[in-house]
Structures are given as C-alpha cells and as structure tokens.
Design a binder for this molecule. Sequence first.
Ligand code: TTP
Ligand code: MN
Ligand code: MN
Ligand code: MN
Length: 381
Amino acid sequence: LATPEKVLRTQMPSYTCQRRTPLNHHNSTLTDALEILARAAFFQSSEVRYLGFTRAVSTLKSLPFKLQSAEEAKDLPWCGGHCKTVIQEILEGGVCREVETIKSNEQYQAMQLLTGIYGVGVRTAERWYQEGIRNLNDLKNTESKLTVEQRTGLQYYKDLQQPVTREEAERVEQLVKDALLRFSPDVQITMTGGFRRGKLEGHDVDFLITHTNESALTGLLENAINWLKSKGLILYYHMKKRKHTSHAVSSLMDGHETYYTICALPSSSSQNTDLEVKPHNFVAAEQMACLKSQISKGWRAVRVDLVVTPHAEYPYALLGWTGSKHFERELRRFSLHEKKMSLNSHGLYDTEKRCYLPAHSEEEIFKHLGLTYISPSDRNA
Ligand code: TTP
Ligand code: MN
Ligand code: MN
Ligand code: MN
C-alpha cells in the first residue's frame, strides 16, 4: 500500500528547480551532516562529490516530512550510494563517523577559517595551509603577500563573521536608497539574495538597481558610491564591469556594473540601549565583545553587493541574484539539458529556435522553461 509519504518520496522530481525548498524543513540533522561532506569535497576541489552531496541536501530540504529510515532514502533523487550510508548511520546511531572525523580534521578546520576571510577562495586557502598557515595570527605575520581585498577582509574579520540581521539589512537599504535617489528619483531598488528568500540573517546584503530609462543608469551607481564614500560609509569596494556577452538582450548596456562593497553601517540608536538594558542575555561572550566594540566605535562593517541591470533584463537579473546558488545552478542545468535553452542573469536563449526570449516577470521566465513558478521563499535549496 502506498502511503502519501511514499507517493511524495517516489515522485520527487530530480531537479531542484522543479520543486519547493522552504527555509525551514524537517531533516536538518541529515542536511547538516551532508553539508559538511559537501564542504569538505569543495575544499578538495572535488566538484563531482561536492555536487552529489549538495543535490542530496537539497532533496532532503524539499521533503515535507522527516525521513524515518535509510530504506526510504532509496526512493529519493541523489540520496543513494555514499549519501545513503551517511543517512543510515545518522538515523540509526545519531552520528556519522566520517562527518565527525572531518569536523576534527586540522586541514578542514583551517580551510573553514581561511576561506571565511573576505577575498580568500579555496585555492588561496589551500596554498596558505601548505605554507603552514593555520590561523589569523599566522596570516598577520605574512601580510605582504595579501591582496588589498584580503587585507581588508582580515581587518574587518570579526564584523564580517557576524551575521547581518534583517533589521540591519533594512538600514543598509535605507542608506543605499538615500544615496541613489539623490541622483535619480525614479530608480528602482530591490533587495535580492537570501533576504528576498525570507532568510532572517545573511552574510551580506544584495541589491538590484534598475530604471525604465536606460540612460538614467549611466554613472548612477558610481555617483552613489562616491557620495557614500564622501560620507565615510564605504570602507572598501571593487567594481566589475560586465564582460561582453553574446547574451545581451539589450545592446545599449554592455557595461553594466557590479560593486562588491564593505559598508560602515552606523549603529542604530536603539542598539545602545538594548545592550545597556539586558547585558545578561544569551549572546556568547565573544559575540558580546564584538557587539560592544561596534557600539563604542558607532558602526559595524557589512558586506553589500550592488548590481545594475537594464530594465529589459530586470526579471532575469532578479531571478539570477535571488539564489540560492544551488537553485540557480539547477535552473541553468535544467534549461540546457531539458529545454536546450541557455539561461543567465541577462536573458534566456533558445538554442534550437536561435532567439532570445524576453520576459516581463520571473513568472514568465518559469513559463518559458515549462516550469511551475517557485516563489523566492521556496528557492532555499
Ligand atoms: P550571495 O549573496 O552569495 O548568497 P545569498 O544571498 O543567497 O546568501 P547570504 O545570505 O549568505 O548572503 O549570492 C546571492 C545570489 O547572487 C546567488 O544566488 C548567486 C548570485 N550571484 C551572482 O549571480 N554573481 C555573483 O558574482 C555572486 C557573488 C552572486
Ligand atoms: Mn547575499
Ligand atoms: Mn552577495
Ligand atoms: Mn545584461
């Protein structure tokens, strides 16, 4: 007899973009463990294993109930083989030995710490590890080898490690809006990334900027950044001009930019009193020290990504910058393999009909792809 759970298990579609992945789900013990295996594979630059574990994680996040046995896992996409063994160990004994071994592994711990620095990727962290670098102090003694970005990452390490709350993200939004509206009153600014998916905190705040009149976008972000800089609100930034792609829906805007910044977010007035009134809350000692230092200096560093997009590409940019990263990866894989269409954050190209498919909304893009619309809060793959 097929229970409703069994039906759901056996009918779960294989691509992440074909199903809903809410923020809160029922299998975090399993996904926490598999995410560690995925990260370890990522640190070893083992793309295939990384993707395998990541797909299993995303399947379990979509499952609308708690998995009871490894036997049930065999019906689920991407949960066989190695993943099934891990699932079985955890469901039967509470822990997986392989995961525990990785967690206590010196190289894994160092890679975790070093790749946590802004501007440091796996390859750099790996090289540093081989050179004997294990912690931030080791790094400070070799400062000459660091790029400007990495030095900045190290300088604001504590602040950037501290998650950005939604309240802080909203205050960043206010700053960004103030700066942009000064130069263009009709500019549209949308918070994207994890916060658009309903996350309560994030590692940064992402914004997408557009205007119905494309020429109004020229130099706009640069002007806004310079204004913020003059107010001491920008600690660091680097800009990436968009490379020329054959994918341009809009011919005018080949140079639209992305600014990766670190902002100095002024403390809110309520923040002071909060700590004064309840100094004995459950914040860990170190985090408390970090908060206190921010209050005494009057600001905290926050990573902010700003992307400009021409209006015609806005739905594609919105879809592309809302994430999650795995959801995006799966959307592109689905487009190419199942629909022979090439998707990116500028447009959708039908390789058989040899044409671009314009869209006025995210819903329309899903329609082009023959997919049921998935709302941002269900893209937490
Ligand atoms: P992130 O800001 O890296 O991730 P996030 O917002 O989902 O999570 P967090 O709360 O930790 O910040 O990226 C957001 C989306 O932007 C992601 O789906 C991929 C997209 N993106 C690009 O398209 N190009 C880029 O260069 C980067 C960094 C992100
Ligand atoms: Mn983000
Ligand atoms: Mn980002
Ligand atoms: Mn574009």
